[in-house]
Write a new protein. Structure first.
Ligand SMILES: Nc1ncnc2c1ncn2[C@@H]1O[C@H](COP(=O)(O)OP(=O)(O)O)[C@@H](O)[C@H]1O
Ligand SMILES: [Mg+2]
Length: 297
């Protein structure tokens, strides 16, 4: 799809990304020269009902105070059978591009990433929304954060956020959808037993696992928490059987000079992957504050 002149008040600069639901472009508003990311979803393809949930969820977020750690909707426009979701532009990149660099960076940078993304997830869960599609391409880190990876130093402009609420859910039952690689054993068991949906509470637990999976990759040079030689060629259902039977490999972040800091970071990641069904995000956040203090000593 070409983005030229679709929205009269804006100019279209370039495409930012293409996903399963639509295409996202960088637009500049003519009156103030401000940049926006605009996701264009043609209804023809999915029907209005197919995209209703993303709009409702985004509207729900907009009614609340926006979180710095979840992409917030500015405006929706319907034009020529297309829905335009207008959001602030984040001038950075998606996490998958920078994933393996975090493992060589300072613990402060890694922990800040964890803290911000867990805060974003807590914000969604408090609004009774489960994200359902947490993965590298759905996490944005801004350019200051990217510079921090190299310098090892953090500052208050570093920002990481969850984006793409296209598969999110806020009703009592959530459809079993999302990318197989990042799903928890709980999710895998539900699928294998022929279920089509899970409760929102279980879906929230699954979010914690998916985020833990991303943290594992960020702390372990981009490797995933299962033996890739064994899982690479498995079909989706065999992969689900595998993760139900096998425990994730223990995380091995070791960049801090303080051995206890490394050990606690690995413990945090492992508990998200193993105890995702009982762990509370608040507890994880206070654990992160403890590790921060330990590192600063
Ligand atoms: N606010 C934004 N700022 C910068 N890039 C963005 C923004 N929103 C989305 N993108 C880019 O567009 C891609 C697709 O957006 P996303 O909301 O994930 O749509 P999809 O449902 O198509 O996956 C993202 O992976 C990211 O690269
Ligand atoms: Mg996406």
């Amino acid at each position: 799809m070409s983005c030229l002149s679709l929205l009269p008040e804006y100019t279209c600069d370039n495409m930012l990304g293409k996903g399963s639901f639509g295409e996202t472009f960088l637009y500049t508003k003519k009156t103030n020269n401000k940049k926006y990311a605009v996701k264009i979803i043609p209804f023809g393809k999915y029907g209005i009902s197919g995209i209703e949930s993303e709009i409702k969820i985004l509207e729900k977020i907009r009614k609340n105070i926006c979180s710095k750690y979840v992409l917030c909707l500015k405006k929706t426009v319907v034009l020529d059978n297309n829905l335009f979701l207008i959001t602030d532009y984040n001038n950075g990149y998606t996490l998958d591009r920078y994933m393996k660099h975090f493992s060589q960076s300072s613990p402060k940078v890694l922990l800040l990433l964890f803290r911000q993304l867990l805060s974003g997830l807590l914000y969604l869960h408090k609004l009774d929304i489960s994200h359902q599609d947490i993965k590298g391409p759905n996490i944005l880190i801004n350019d200051t954060f990217i510079k921090s990876i190299k310098s090892g130093k953090i500052n208050s402009s570093c920002n990481a956020m969850l984006i793409d609420l296209g598969l999110s859910c806020y009703t009592t039952k959530c459809q079993l959808s999302g990318t197989p690689q990042y799903q928890s054993p709980l999710f895998a068991s539900a699928i294998l037993s022929g279920k089509y949906d899970i409760s929102i509470n279980d879906s929230k637990k699954n979010d914690i696992y998916s985020l833990g999976y991303m943290f594992y990759m960020a702390a372990n040079k981009g490797k995933d928490p299962y033996n890739e030689d064994e899982t690479d060629k498995l079909s989706t259902s065999k992969f689900y059987e595998y993760i139900i039977k096998n425990k994730p490999i223990v995380s091995n972040y070791n960049t801090s000079k303080n051995k206890n800091v490394n050990q606690y970071i690995n413990l945090l990641i492992n508990s998200m992957l193993v105890n995702y069904n009982k762990i509370k995000i608040n507890k994880l956040l206070s654990f992160i504050s403890k590790i921060f203090k330990m590192e600063n000593k």
